[in-house]
Design a protein. Structure first.
Length: 390
């Protein structure tokens, strides 16, 4: 086959796979309203597959292993719901009832601060400050309401809770049962001349997704427990709710802890002022949590090898959430990890090509190995994120 024929074949393959990827995105967007139970089932099957493989190596059939895993997972999930949901729901209802009182008290504290130590630095009347505070509250409540409404309408408009809890376990069971066969079928469809490269990219994507989600999931669970226990011991009202909420959204870098800190600080100012010792104790819970997360949990449980930059992760969460709603939040991290691996691979290929060096490359194996090693070293130095510092 001549170089011209190879070039045409490559162009046809790129066109085919680009159209396939575009068709997949269009289908996801069209059916985004009913995807939630199927995406949840796929996520469950993906993370339970290693356990099924382990049970198979211990002598169980794939069918029996899938049944045992799914039943155990459902039982644990139901027990957690029965224990936590009544407590959390009670705190949520109480928090919503007392929210106007907290906002009014915060407004009074802001007015006292404006008329006291900050009077020489802040211009405007007390009425202007009240109007500004009310405008900020309205904008914030409107943003939260609109965000929740968009998630609801985009994700659960056609799927009620009953169907969600019925369909998801069924989808997870069948996907878990046939997971290895599905992977083998996808592998069989890969063009044979690229099968080694595609398998390596798939392993990198799998390692990146599993490493981040499992590691970051452990970080969120540990932080949520720490914040909930710490704020409860301090005596903060709704400390359990605020702590778990701050921990659960800590998968968004910096945003989770910042939102939890603002809410906890607002409640502490209303509850403890002018006893500033307990306000400082509330701040201390979050500051120590951030120190432990940045210096111990993140390096040990997540690490830098995952390759998901915080800015790229936040962009992916907002972008996929805006397009697909709650389903987009579920697929944002895997998609971000996959795109990150593919971008690094594309840059690696470019840095080992004639386009990068501006001259024909050596065709000898030794020359190719040397150029590949140089480009890979340069790529690693540029793209690998350093340890997170908070």
């Amino acid at each position: 086959m001549t170089s011209r024929d190879r070039s045409r074949l490559l162009q046809r393959q790129i066109l085919f796979w680009s159209l396939s990827a575009g068709l997949l995105v269009v289908c996801l967007w069209i059916f985004r309203g009913i995807l939630l139970p199927f995406v949840l089932g796929m996520v469950m099957a993906y993370f339970l597959d290693p356990i099924a493989d382990w049970l198979e190596r211990r002598g169980l059939s794939r069918l029996l292993a899938s049944i045992v895993i799914l039943v155990a997972f459902i039982v644990i999930f139901i027990l957690v719901l029965l224990i936590l949901v009544p407590v959390i729901s009670g705190q949520i209802s109480s928090f919503v009832e007392r929210l106007p009182q907290y906002l009014g008290r915060l407004q009074e504290l802001a007015i006292d601060l404006r008329n006291g130590p900050l009077s020489r630095f802040v211009e405007g009347s007390e009425q202007t400050l009240q109007q500004d505070f009310q405008a900020v509250v309205r904008q914030l409540s409107g943003f939260v309401t609109g965000f929740v409404a968009s998630l609801w309408t985009s994700s659960l408009a056609l799927v009620n809770f009953v169907s969600l809890f019925v369909v998801t376990p069924v989808v997870a069971f069948y996907l878990l049962l046939d997971w290895d066969r599905m992977i083998a079928s996808v592998d069989a469809m890969v063009p044979r001349q690229y099968v080694t490269t595609v398998r390596r990219l798939a392993r990198d994507i799998d390692r990146s997704v599993a490493g981040f989600v499992r590691g970051q999931g452990s970080v969120c669970l540990i932080l949520g427990t720490y914040y909930a226990v710490g704020l409860t011991l301090v005596g903060l009202n709704f400390g359990l709710l605020i702590g778990f909420f701050a921990g659960l959204i800590s998968f968004i870098p910096y945003v989770g802890s910042a939102v939890g800190l603002v809410i906890a600080l607002g409640v502490a100012l209303v509850q403890f002022s002018p006893d500033w010792v307990w306000v400082a104790a509330t701040l201390g819970v979050f500051f120590t949590g951030q120190f432990v997360e940045g210096n111990i949990l993140q390096p040990k449980l997540v690490g830098a090898s995952v390759g998901l930059h915080p800015v790229w992760l936040m962009f992916a969460l907002f972008a996929f959430g805006a397009i697909f709603g709650f389903v987009g939040l579920l697929i944002a991290v895997p998609a971000a990890a996959a795109v990150g691996v593919l971008v690094r691979f594309a840059i690696h290929q470019y840095m080992g090509s004639e386009m990068y060096y501006g001259r024909p490359l050596e065709v000898t194996p030794a020359g190719r190995a040397l150029e590949s090693e140089r480009s890979e070293t340069a790529l690693r130095n540029q793209l690998e994120p350093g340890p997170r510092r908070d």
